[in-house]
Design a protein around this ligand. Structure first.
Ligand SMILES: [Fe+2]
Ligand SMILES: [Fe+2]
Length: 276
């Protein structure tokens, strides 16, 4: 059975997180009553933008949710943060259903996707690097390199008009269900460094001063609402804390991920359920 379709996953619906900006949420079970978010976003301005295209396990829900917020023929931009599978689940569907949309991506994403997907339409793309931007009619959207990333092609997106930011794989954090950090206990958010260490274990070799300058520069863009693919929406003090938490990873030891012990437990539980 597709784990994303098990009945114990809380229902999530698209919701407005900033002016013209909608979170497209989906959750995947992560054990112990926790869930891994696999979000994307829609900016519904003069030239609507789909921001990332969800995970393959959520493809059908993702399409339903995105096109409940924006009409396919109105979409003018599909921003692909990077080529990882959990961000490209609905990419080809979106390109097909949104014939007026231009895909914002980059050379290396296209190179990497060429090894696993059908050819992308080069004439429908724009390649933009961190520091670059594109004009979506009533706003100019800025690309930047997020503080934490697990793919070299990753670019975040900042909308100065709404002061909303898409920070991709940074600030990943399992949730008991809510996708608004204001609803979550600090103990839940305190797990963020473990997930971010798993995403970017190279933090252990970072020079603290150099990395702090980079995180400071991202923070200085001035976002008031920060959404991510794998964590809750952050604002205010919780957003400040999140930036501090990733700064604190520079030069810190890698936080170990679960090993054989967890696998043994999972196999034991599965066998127990099978014989019950
Ligand atoms: Fe990724
Ligand atoms: Fe991701």
């Amino acid at each position: 059975m597709n784990p994303a379709h098990t009945t114990d996953v809380p229902d999530t619906e698209p919701h407005r997180i900033a002016a013209d900006t909608w979170l497209i949420p989906n959750l995947a079970p992560a054990g112990d009553g926790l869930y891994l978010p696999a979000n994307s976003m829609v900016i519904r301005g003069r030239e609507p933008v789909i921001v990332d295209t969800g995970a393959p396990v959520h493809r059908e829900q993702w399409l339903d949710k995105v096109f409940s917020v924006v009409e396919p023929e109105d979409v003018r931009w599909i921003f692909l943060s990077h080529d990882d599978g959990d961000h490209t689940g609905g990419l080809f569907d979106a390109l097909e259903r949104c014939p007026r949309a231009t895909l914002v991506t980059n050379f290396f994403s296209v190179e990497r996707l060429a090894l696993e997907k059908p050819a992308l339409p080069l004439h429908r793309m724009r390649w933009i690097e961190p520091g670059g931007s594109f004009d979506a009619g009533d706003r100019v959207l800025h690309l930047f390199r997020p503080p934490i990333f697990d793919g070299p092609t990753t670019r975040g997106l900042f909308d100065p008009k709404s002061q909303a930011m898409w920070i991709v794989d940074t600030f990943a954090c399992l949730t008991p269900g809510s996708l608004d950090a204001a609803d979550l206990h600090d103990d839940v958010l305190a797990q963020m460094p473990a997930m971010n260490s798993a995403v970017s274990p190279w933090h252990a070799w970072l020079d603290r001063a150099t990395y702090t300058r980079h995180v400071d520069a991202v923070e200085a863009l001035g976002a008031r609402t920060v959404a991510s693919a794998h964590g809750p929406v952050l604002r205010g003090r919780q957003l400040d804390d999140a930036f501090d938490r990733v700064r604190g990873l520079a030069g810190a030891p890698i936080i170990p991920t679960p090993g054989q012990e967890l696998l043994d437990t999972l196999i034991g539980t599965t066998l127990l359920e099978a014989t019950a």
